[in-house]
Design a protein around this ligand. Structure first.
Ligand code: PLP
Length: 384
């Protein structure tokens, strides 16, 4: 597969269709998706509400630019702003996570008139020049330098280092409320509040990148709501259109008022807007974030009980779960796929990441635990 593609790695499983938690390969094998869709399908694959909305919209009007009011776009904006944390009253749509962060950093610079951006070690904010500059890993950055300038890194979770870095020349502090790609890292209690206080005092914008943590995954619509901290700018993407390519930023009025010229041709296109509206409405009306909290707790408890000392740690919030292994995560992900038809994701060298659709039930969570137990702790699995 994918011999034509020089940037994506190629896996030996051709996927043909998806339904709910299941992905089906071209030879008819069913796989449990606990990561293959990178948190992009919170409602599960081919959810009928999203499929219907998209099919209806694509046949009626596929595209017209964002200066024309279109019902699906109006509905998507209203749903997104209503679902955003209180205080973030305005929004803008783009096409991806990196583009949302790019906009967040631009808006922060124009609203504050400052340029310094503070980001954290082990962060991931995307692959375009600006978001990449705020991303930690040198491997992603060095071959493409110079990137956007004036970015300073501080150790994630360290209040004092953050306090020392934030000053009057700071435009933005950008943080993931829980780090995803960096290994499912939860900040210590109080860290996000500290970031809020420091940025407020300095007149800087606090940007939360909720591209991976958002859309109900951590048990609230947004992970920052679990911490009780509202940023000035929040970015979303991945699960926002249940698999369609769309990103968004939600901002406080002072950011919107200070924003300079910015836009994108496909911003809020009618078809992705239909997907966004259907996804948010279904998540909210059917209370999937609360379900994610419940099944997430169940999953973590069961994993801890089953894996015990065979792993270093099981951590996470809701259905954003990381398992710190005692060996390489790539190999474990491969064994899970080939021997147990379970698809999971590495997050760094030794962390296995589980990001199942939020509609996972306890039986499906049990299947996941069983597969992991047999792969990582076979002695435990064979006990009566
Ligand atoms: C995936 C991700 C991004 C980048 O999103 P793309 O849509 O791939 O550009 C940015 N931030 C976080 C936290 C992510 O997980």
């Amino acid at each position: 597969m994918s011999d034509h593609d020089f940037v994506s790695g190629s896996k030996p499983i051709g996927i043909e269709r998806g339904e709910g938690l299941s992905l089906y390969s071209t030879d008819g094998t069913e796989y449990l998706d606990a990561g293959a869709s990178y948190a992009c399908t919170p409602l599960g694959h081919s959810h009928p509400a999203v499929v219907d909305a998209v099919q209806e919209q694509v046949g009626k009007l596929t595209f017209v630019d964002s200066s024309f009011p279109v019902q699906s776009r109006e509905d998507a904006y209203a749903a997104f702003v209503a679902a955003a944390p209180d205080g973030l009253e305005q929004g803008w749509f783009c096409n991806s996570g990196t583009e949302a962060n790019e906009a967040a950093l631009k808006f922060a610079r124009s609203a504050t008139g400052e340029s310094k951006i503070i980001a954290a070690t082990r962060s991931f904010h995307g692959r375009t020049m600006g978001s990449l500059a705020a991303t930690w890993k040198d491997k992603y950055k060095e071959p493409y330098e110079p990137l956007a300038g004036d970015v300073e890194f501080v150790p994630y979770g360290d209040d004092e280092e953050l306090a020392a870095a934030v000053d009057d020349e700071t435009a933005a502090v950008i943080l993931e409320p829980i780090q995803g790609e960096g290994g499912i890292n939860l900040p210590p209690a109080g860290y996000l509040e500290t970031a809020r206080e420091l940025t407020e005092e300095a007149g800087a914008a606090l940007v939360f990148d909720e591209v991976q943590t958002g859309m109900g995954r951590t048990g609230s619509m947004w992970a920052c709501q679990n911490a009780g901290v509202t940023p000035d700018v929040l970015t979303a993407a991945k699960g926002l259109g249940n698999g369609l390519p769309v990103g968004a930023v939600a901002v406080r009025d002072w950011i919107a008022d200070g924003a300079a010229s910015h836009n994108a041709t496909f911003s809020g296109g009618p078809v992705v807007s239909a997907a966004v509206h259907a996804t948010i409405s279904t998540l909210v009306e059917e209370e999937w974030p609360a379900h994610a909290a419940e099944v997430g707790d169940y999953l973590v408890d069961e994993l801890e009980a089953a894996l015990g000392n065979a792993v270093r740690e099981v951590r996470g919030e809701g259905l954003l779960v990381g398992i710190e292994l005692k060996r390489g995560a790539n190999r474990v992900a491969r064994d899970l796929a080939m021997n147990h038809q379970v698809l999971a994701l590495p997050a760094g060298r030794t962390v296995l990441r589980l990001l199942p659709p939020l509609v996972i039930d306890e039986d499906e969570a049990d299947r996941l635990v069983e597969a992991l137990t047999e792969t990582v702790a076979p002695e435990a699995a064979s006990e009566p």
